[in-house]
Design a protein around this ligand. Structure first.
Ligand SMILES: Nc1ncnc2c1ncn2[C@@H]1O[C@H](COP(=O)(O)OP(=O)(O)OP(=O)(O)O)[C@@H](O)[C@H]1O
Length: 443
């Protein structure tokens, strides 16, 4: 009896999708993990991995999947069965709980595919352009330049393009690197006198994807090497895909010849997601993780986590881990407790010129009153210029207002201060570290 049902199980899945409108995502997430345990008289016993918990079974029932499964089986066998769910014993589930690898052989995250990417108003154009490039490398847009704030999906889209191309044409040589990887390769090649080898490697690529290209700024040899790589690939009609936190025109300190090349193809941005897209992303994530989460919890996360998608996913993970550690089911109460720190911290996150002044003063062990004073000694004037730079970069405050806050200074003084720091950042990598540390202190 059990065999009979096992034999038609694939057809049951097809019927669920085609005739009962159960989405393929729901089938993958909820129906495929079910095991046919036993068939007794009119009952089919389906077991679910213990990690889904009772809530998983409640979810399946709430979605009426038992009803549709029963209908599909009746259609196929002519017999009506009742579907009974049970949880697998702990040990039984272990065989299927292998951990998902974070990277495959191509340096790509297997989870970052077009299938798992949620499309919203914020990323629609970037997604469409990525599909176009993936379907016809070097024909649609070259280079494709994706930009946007941290954690908004640039890497996810780049990996999706790479997966897609590799899957559809295994002859193409696809390479995904971060600009940090590229920089390290350049440094090693110089150190070991293997520049020729590096050039040969990069020039034999059909599709080159470089993530976070802004980090080559200020690294002269890397920029030079990348310039030649870019030209060689572009001239041989190879696809180049780049990502950055800013559009090419705003990469002020990047060599002009690179900046202009980056704009030759298509530049598209990814904006922060709106509420609906955040909810859709959270739902998708929970579905992929096989956990059942109530809509009110999604709503709580989406309204309280304002920043990026990485933070949204982090919030969901925190809830999962908290529930597991405390052996409590996931509900709104538990979620609020689990996210307490995250949400409190986030609300403190508003960076204002006053906070910048205080943090910079603390960092340099001077007084805020020194920063706004008329003192011109280097140990005061330089932190003051860092304040100007950070106010311009991290807040929406106008230059005039920044000048006012920093000791009633003229806006041209502020421009001078900002430019001085930008110039120094090009030559002094330690300054970038200092800026990063100060920024982190304000988060
Ligand atoms: N539209 C989306 N649909 C589903 N998941 C998304 C989407 N956008 C981002 N994510 C997820 O959010 C997380 C952060 O995304 P990703 O690493 O691609 O951001 P990024 O823009 O490259 O950030 P950074 O600039 O910091 O490198 C990833 O886990 C990714 O899968």
């Amino acid at each position: 009896m059990k065999n009979n049902i096992e034999n038609i199980w694939d057809d049951v899945l097809i019927k669920l999708e085609q005739e009962h409108d159960v989405s393929s995502a729901a089938i993958n997430a909820w129906i495929k993990p079910l095991h046919i345990e036993d068939v007794q008289n009119n009952n089919i016993i389906l077991s679910l991995d213990a990690k889904y918990g009772e809530r998983g079974i409640q979810f399946i029932k709430k979605k009426m999947y038992d009803f549709y499964i029963s209908l599909a089986i009746q259609d196929l066998t002519g017999k009506k069965y009742d579907i009974i769910f049970e949880l697998e014993k702990d040990g039984a589930s272990e065989k299927s709980s292998t951990k998902e690898p974070v990277q495959d052989d191509n340096n790509l995250n297997p989870r970052y595919t077009f299938d798992t990417f949620v499309i919203g108003d914020n990323n629609q154009m970037a997604h469409a352009a990525s599909i176009a490039v993936a379907e016809a490398p070097a024909e649609a847009y070259n280079p494709l330049f994706l930009y946007g704030g941290a954690g908004l999906g640039k890497t996810h889209l780049m990996h999706s393009i790479a997966h897609y191309i590799i899957e559809h044409d295994s002859n193409l040589n696809v390479l995904y690197v971060t600009s940090e990887d590229f920089t390290n390769e350049v440094i090693n090649s110089i150190q070991h006198k293997k520049q020729e080898e590096l050039r040969n490697k990069y020039r034999s690529i059909d599709v080159l994807l470089v993530d976070d290209i802004q980090f080559i700024i200020g690294k002269d040899s890397t920029q030079q090497e990348f310039f030649h790589t870019f030209n060689a690939l572009y001239n041989s009609k190879k696809q180049i895909i780049l990502s950055s936190d800013k559009p090419p025109k705003d990469l002020d300190v990047l060599e002009e010849r690179l900046r202009s090349r980056f704009s030759w193809g298509l530049t598209v941005d990814i904006q922060p997601p709106d509420y609906e897209t955040k909810i859709a992303i959270l739902r998708k994530r929970a579905e992929l993780d096989h956990i059942y989460i109530d809509d009110e919890i999604f709503d709580y996360i989406a309204t309280h986590i304002k920043s990026n998608i990485r933070d949204l996913e982090g919030a969901l993970n925190k809830i999962k881990v908290y529930s597991k550690l405390n052996k409590q089911p996931i509900d709104l109460e538990l979620s609020k407790i689990a996210l307490q720190d995250l949400i409190d911290n986030k609300s403190k996150q508003k960076i204002t010129p006053e906070l910048i002044l205080k943090t910079v003063a603390e960092h340099y062990n001077i007084q805020t009153s020194d920063i706004i004073s008329k003192k011109r000694s280097h140990d005061i004037a330089y932190p003051r210029q860092i304040c100007m730079y950070l106010c311009k970069k991290l807040t929406d405050t106008s230059l005039v207002k920044i000048g006012e806050v920093i000791g009633k200074r003229d806006h041209s003084t502020v421009i001078h201060g900002v430019e001085k720091i930008e110039k120094d950042l090009k030559k002094d990598s330690n300054l970038q570290n200092i800026i990063d540390v100060i920024t982190k202190k304000m988060e």
